[in-house]
Design a binder for this molecule. Structure first.
Ligand SMILES: [Zn+2]
Length: 240
């Protein structure tokens, strides 16, 4: 009797243990699947990009207003040979595109970029055949660079981002460059100032990441990221 009782008790314990193990395994698998789903949907669904598509937001055309006062220096591979595009944001919360352009013409000896973008304009002020001075050495000798002026409304931010993505795609197409996100590995044709600073040096700037994150959260309850921006560049590139 005692032996049988022990045997029964032991087998109960064993059964309980196995059930626990099975339950834990199933639980872990279910949680993993749920987490993978959350990560995937975050990566594949950008609220800003979706808003641009669902509101049928269209880019402006590029307005060339080249100022002859900027210095003309060749890229490292020569005139007309940029290797990619750098996306900037001014970091100035109280300026507009006209003020930014006027300021840059006055202060070009310190820094200048090729183009300015806002919700209603893409204004090219320095010839993209020659390098500009927006990210320091060595990036300046490699890239076309443009600034985004800060926007303060949901729709104007979305319009600006669409203009920025279109302009990036437009430059890639113009110079026969293949789209390739450089922001996560330091290799490619689409760069943030932050990625240039991180992978190539030349400055310690982190734009436009902070601006994208801030406006995304403020107006769309989701950070806007360079990888989401890159997807919008691909969409625009496909439409060219
Ligand atoms: Zn910058």
């Amino acid at each position: 009797m005692k032996l049988d009782e022990n045997f029964q008790n032991n087998s109960k314990v064993a059964t309980n243990g196995m059930l626990k193990k099975v339950f834990l395994t199933v639980f872990t698998v279910v949680i993993s699947i749920l987490m993978m789903g959350a990560v995937n949907s975050q990566a594949s669904s950008s609220k800003v990009n979706n808003y641009i598509a669902s509101h049928n937001i269209k880019h402006n055309s590029v307005s060339k207003q080249i100022w002859s006062g900027f210095p003309r220096n060749k890229y490292r591979h020569g005139k007309n040979k940029p290797e990619g595009v750098v996306v900037h944001e001014t970091g100035n919360s109280s300026s507009n595109i006209w003020g930014e352009i006027a300021y840059m013409k006055k202060n070009y000896r310190n820094a200048f970029v090729h183009t300015f973008v806002d919700s209603g304009h893409i204004i090219n002020i320095a010839s993209t055949k020659y390098l500009c001075w927006g990210v320091g050495y060595p990036g300046n000798a490699r890239f076309v660079q443009f600034e985004q002026v800060q926007m303060h409304h949901k729709k104007s931010f979305a319009e600006e981002v669409e203009n920025a993505a279109y302009y990036t795609a437009y430059i890639l197409k113009e110079y026969h460059l293949k789209p390739n996100d450089a922001c996560y590995d330091g290799k490619g044709t689409v760069w943030s100032h932050r990625a240039v600073a991180h992978y190539l040096g030349g400055s310690d700037h982190t734009d436009p990441n902070g601006y994208y994150k801030n406006r995304g959260k403020k107006y769309f309850h989701q950070s806007y990221t360079m990888s989401q921006f890159y997807k919008l560049v691909l969409t625009n590139y496909g439409n060219l």
